[in-house]
Each structure stands twice: as C-alpha cells, then as structure tokens.
Design a protein around this ligand. Structure first.
Ligand SMILES: Cc1cc2nc3c(=O)[nH]c(=O)nc-3n(C[C@H](O)[C@H](O)[C@H](O)COP(=O)(O)OP(=O)(O)OC[C@H]3O[C@@H](n4cnc5c(N)ncnc54)[C@H](O)[C@@H]3O)c2cc1C
Ligand code: SF4
Ligand code: SF4
Length: 431
C-alpha cells in the first residue's frame, strides 16, 4: 500500500507496480499528483509542472497493478509486518464515478462559486462540484458538501438535471473498505506554515500578502488567473513585489529552527516568472543567505542575479502593514546595518514547509514515530533513512522532511526498493 499520491508516492507505486507487485494507492484528495499539481513551472529548468507530472499520473491511473483509492483515508490498521489489514474510509463524492464520463458539464453549469484557501490558495474560485485540475486523475468530480446549494439550502440541483448519464447522487454516504497488504509506504507530503501564525507579517490579515503556493497558482497557465500575476484584492497587475525568504524557517526562537530547503530556489523562480510576465516590474528579494545545493541550482541563482534584473537584498523584516494602496515592508539591511523600507504592491512569503497536521494521527495509527516537528521519523538518520521503527513500513518524500521534486522522486523509488527487498525476504522465509 502507498499512502499519499504526490510525486514521491507515485514514484514508489509505479516502481513497485512495474516490478510486478500489486499496489493499493490511498489518496485523501479526489485526484493524485499532490502539491506538484499546484505548481506552475519548476526550478531549475522552468519546465511546466503539469507537463512533467501528467504522464506519471496517467500511468498511475492506468497501471494494471495499481488500485487507486482516491478521496480516501486510512483510519485503522491491524496485523503484523507482511500481513497488515488496513481499514480505509472512502468519502462520498456524491457522484457515481462508475457512471460519470468526466464530461465536465456539471462543473460548467454549477452556479455556486467557492473561494478556496486549500487548492487555489484564495487566489481564485472553484465550483461547488469540482475536479482539482483539468488533467485530474481520475477525472471525476466531487461535490463540496459545505457549499453545494442543494445540500445546504435544498435549492438548485442543476448538476443533477444537466448530467447526461444521471451520475449525481446527493444521498451517497461515506463507506469503509478493508485491504490486506504486506508492506506500506507512507508518502503524505507537506503543508505550509500558516501566515496566520506570524505577527510580524500581519497574521494573514494584510491584503495582497500571499504565500508561495498562492504565487504558484497565479503563475499557472491553468490556474485561476490563467497565468497572470494580479493582486488578489483588486486584480491590478503589481508593479513591484517583495519576495521574502525564510519566513518561519531558521527561526528557532519564534517559529521553526530548520531550513525548508526549497524556498531560496522557488523564490528566485517566482521572481523570474514575475519579471517574464511584467517586464518593467520591480522584484525585490529579501534573504538571509542563499542555499542552492542541487544540481544546476547555483547556476539558476547566478542567472537570476546577473541576467534577470532581480534585486537581492540581504535583510530581515520586522513588520509589514498596509498604507493606502501600498504594502510597507519594514526591516533592516543586514549588510549595511541600515533600516530598510520598501513600498510594494504585493508581498510573497516563502513560508516554512511543515508536515500535514493530520500526519501525527496517521503515524499513531500505523505505529510509526514522528520527530519533534511532526515529520515522519526514520529508523536511523544515516543507515535507515527510508525505514521506520516498524518493519514493513517505509517513508518517502516531504512526509519525512522538506525536499525538492528530484529528491522526492528518488526517495519514492528508494522506498519502493526497500519494500521490494522486504517482500523478497518474506517470500524466502516462507519457502
Ligand atoms: C511554493 C512551492 C514551490 C515549489 N516549487 C518547486 C520547484 O519549482 N521545483 C522543485 O523541485 N520542487 C518545488 N517544490 C517542492 C515540491 O512541491 C515537493 O518536492 C513535492 O511536492 C513533494 O512531493 P511529495 O509527494 O513528497 O508530497 P506532496 O506533493 O505534498 O504529496 C503528498 C500527497 O499525500 C496526500 N496525503 C496527505 N495526507 C494523506 C493521508 N493521511 N492519507 C492519504 N493521502 C494523504 C496529499 O493529499 C498529497 O496528494 C515547491 C514547493 C513549494 C511549497
Ligand atoms: S446542486 Fe450543488 S453542486 Fe450541483 S450545481 Fe447546484 S450548487 Fe452546484
Ligand atoms: S455531468 Fe455527469 S458525467 Fe459529466 S462530469 Fe458531471 S457527473 Fe460526470
């Protein structure tokens, strides 16, 4: 079983399935792809994230050895290594997916627009019946029960009337299934530290101060602004943006002590994408220092500083507030020691990578450990980075700690290899 259908879980599942092992993939969202589905272009090559991801998600959806259980969560586990019995909650999409053809007519006609912080990061809206992306795998919609007008007010019912195959099921209930598996890979990914937890950045209350994933949605051609960078408050194209790195990371006194590893790179990427879209716009980048340790990463940063017209300032921010139409960023230039004030149209915070809030409960269900920050704990930092204290359970990707896509793919493949070795050992001892 692979829990989590992001790029690390997909890599583990495809490697196992290609080797002839049957895989059950459990993903809590309606479709697979994880955070990479939210990204626009990816460093260091600026490839389109969807173009890189889609062949992998399609393969996952079509692989004869992969059983995909999306919109599902693990709730209980019993048994022992080699013979785990896992109880899974299958959430009701309120649509009969067997009948649904994925035509999209329901989404098109649904009158209810919902602002969502979760996927579109409040940059845009979705409908009350939705798929996460136009390339969703599976390409089947779910109804947002908290916002659907029929389910909350007894009005509307448009999707039911329009669906050509009668697939809408307002009365569909959640149900449970049980799967027996020999080994488990946990690849449940990450979340971002909430801006609301940070006083110096206005507790998330200053308009047009957004996080990195919101910037990704804005830059994404298939995102809510069709790839245009616009201020969420008034839709204006910002003429200046301040990008702030290490927000909540490397701050043991107030927030998280660790480095989130991807923010220096994605901040440079964001600033470059902004400059590609708004040529005369000013991009200020406030940093502590630049960490660019992956292959081709230093060159990417060099190019950003020398050729792309980005303004890098070594500085720390003490306060952000709104003054009229502008966002005032106050801080200190840590090279000159001078006070720093920038009046900007928009601010993008590279907030810390943190574990998903539900990860601790899942770890308890599976009998594995988490570290002091809530990331999944490896059996041995150096010699067992993929194993856990529980035999037969392996970990992959950002669930274990912050990392980029290339490392997440490698981690997923490593987990597949560890699981395969465990299965081979089981077979040998049974022979
Ligand atoms: C703003 C930003 C920009 C980035 N840009 C880049 C870039 O340009 N290049 C690059 O290399 N990296 C980039 N990254 C990093 C990249 O997003 C990660 O490396 C990658 O998404 C990690 O994949 P993952 O599978 O480990 O986790 P995720 O992508 O988080 O996937 C985890 C999956 O598990 C699911 N899940 C969680 N909990 C459960 C549960 N209990 N049960 C079932 N399923 C569950 C989630 O829904 C999700 O689908 C960026 C990160 C951020 C924040
Ligand atoms: S019934 Fe709900 S999901 Fe269907 S169209 Fe109306 S608001 Fe949208
Ligand atoms: S209209 Fe019916 S068949 Fe088409 S996507 Fe919606 S639920 Fe599926």
């Amino acid at each position: 079983m692979v829990i989590g259908g992001g790029i690390s879980g997909i890599s583990a599942a495809l490697d196992l399935a290609d080797a002839g092992t049957e895989v059950v993939m459990v993903e809590r969202l309606p479709s697979v792809g994880g955070r990479m589905l939210q990204l626009s272009e990816t460093f260091p090559t600026l490839d389109c994230a969807q173009c890189t991801l889609t062949p992998r998600t399609v393969e996952t959806g079509q692989h004869p050895n992969i059983k995909l259980l999306t919109y599902s969560e693990v709730v209980e586990m019993h048994g022992e290594p080699g013979n785990f019995r896992v109880k899974i909650k299958r959430k009701a999409p309120k649509v009969n997916w067997d009948d649904c053809t994925g035509c999209g007519a329901c989404q098109e006609k649904c009158p209810k627009l919902v602002t969502t912080n979760f996927f579109e990061r409040s940059v845009g809206t979705k409908k009350a019946i939705y798929t996460l992306s136009p390339q969703a795998i599976p390409n089947k919609p779910v109804i947002d029960v908290e916002n659907c007008r029929y389910l909350t007010e007894g009005k509307c019912g448009v999707c039911s009337k329009i669906c050509p195959v009668g697939a809408i099921r307002y009365d569909q209930e959640d149900y449970y299934v049980e799967e027996e598996v020999a080994a488990i890979v946990v690849a449940t990914g990450f979340d971002l530290y909430p801006i609301e937890a940070m006083g110096e950045y206005g507790y998330g209350k200053v308009p047009d101060v957004i996080d990195g994933l919101a910037m990704e949605r804005m830059c994404s051609a298939s995102g809510p602004t069709a790839g245009e960078v616009r201020r969420p408050s008034d839709g204006k194209v910002p003429q200046s943006i301040v990008f702030i790195q290490c927000v909540g990371s490397r701050d043991p006194e107030h927030h998280k002590p660790y480095c989130s590893r991807v923010c220096c790179m994605y901040t440079a990427k964001h600033a470059r994408l902004y400059k590609h879209k708004v040529h005369d716009g000013k991009a200020f980048l406030l940093y502590m220092d630049i960490r660019s340790t992956g292959k081709g990463y230093e060159e990417f940063i060099q190019q950003s500083t020398e050729e792309e017209g980005l303004i890098y300032l070594r500085g720390r921010v003490s306060r952000i507030y709104r003054e009229g139409d502008k966002i005032v960023v106050w801080g200190a230039d840590t090279i000159s020691g001078e006070a720093l004030r920038i009046d900007a149209d928009m601010v993008v915070l590279a907030t810390a990578i943190v574990p998903n809030p539900e990860q601790k409960a899942l770890a308890e269900t599976l009998g594995i450990e988490t570290d002091e920050h809530g990331f999944l704990k490896e059996a041995h930092y150096k010699t067992g980075p993929i194993d856990t204290v529980s035999k037969g359970i392996f970990i992959a990707g950002c669930a274990q700690g912050a990392r980029d896509i290339a490392d997440s793919v490698a981690h997923g493949s490593a987990a597949a290899s560890r699981a395969q070795a465990f299965l081979a050992r089981l077979r040998r001892s049974a022979a």
